[in-house]
Ligand binder design. Sequence first.
Ligand code: SF4
Length: 280
Amino acid sequence: LLRTDLLEVVNAVRQRVPKVSIITDGAHLDAPLATKLSDLGVHMVQLTLLAGGADVHDSLRGAGSFADATRAIATAAAAGLKVSASMVVTRQNYREASKVAELCFALGAQGMALSRFCSVPANHPAFERLMPSAGQVRYAAEAAAEMCESLGLPLAAALTIPRCVWGRPEHPPLRVGVCALVGSGGTLTLSPTGAVRSCSLSTRTHGTLGDEPWPTIAERLWVEELEPLRRSLPVVCEDCTFARQCLGGCRLSTRPHAAHWSAIDPLAPVTHEPADSGAT
Ligand code: SF4
């Protein structure tokens, strides 16, 4: 939202695609800007809400960020924008999911999305501090699902979660989908300069729009990343009953841990046994 040509950019994109969504921390979303975005037909604004109160949220996101996010959700909703609040589940905040759902509802959000911490290398200090266990993700998802159902608030998964995280993998508490890199749909991540990546989690650039024709970039993206990913289900997933629905969880979350495409999502329990029942 710091771009001085933001409205121009939104307007140009809006002419070409049916739905434009904006993901922001909300720090610069005031009422006049929210009204302009609404007038331009922005489909949705997504903000991050990590806890039901400032203490936990600000400890993860920085001082003052809870106030920014909550003010922005209320401001955007009042301007008529559809608002979804996304909670990234970590080891630090997994008990907050029910409170986040209540707060979303109170602020006028029309939906909540649960995401999961996407892992950093296991030797990074943030890994021990933030990487949740399967039980903690399940705790957060079940609490959010229960509260959202009681409030009539739609709940979605912002990033796929492996089926073996759930106590009953055939009945996840929320619709989890599959990783966009190996599923039938597809999205791309573009930098402000036009650099093309497969996903916002990927550090690999396959070319820059404007420098090369799109078919050249698309071919490189397929050969270097998408095709090897689709060819290589994680080894431990090959005999899994849920492999066809799950496709191995979030496929890029393995990359900080393993150099090959066939490593398993670090959130998945390492055996095929049902996930543990405690939030540990
Ligand atoms: S074992 Fe693999 S395919 Fe099966 S549910 Fe877990 S991550 Fe998904």
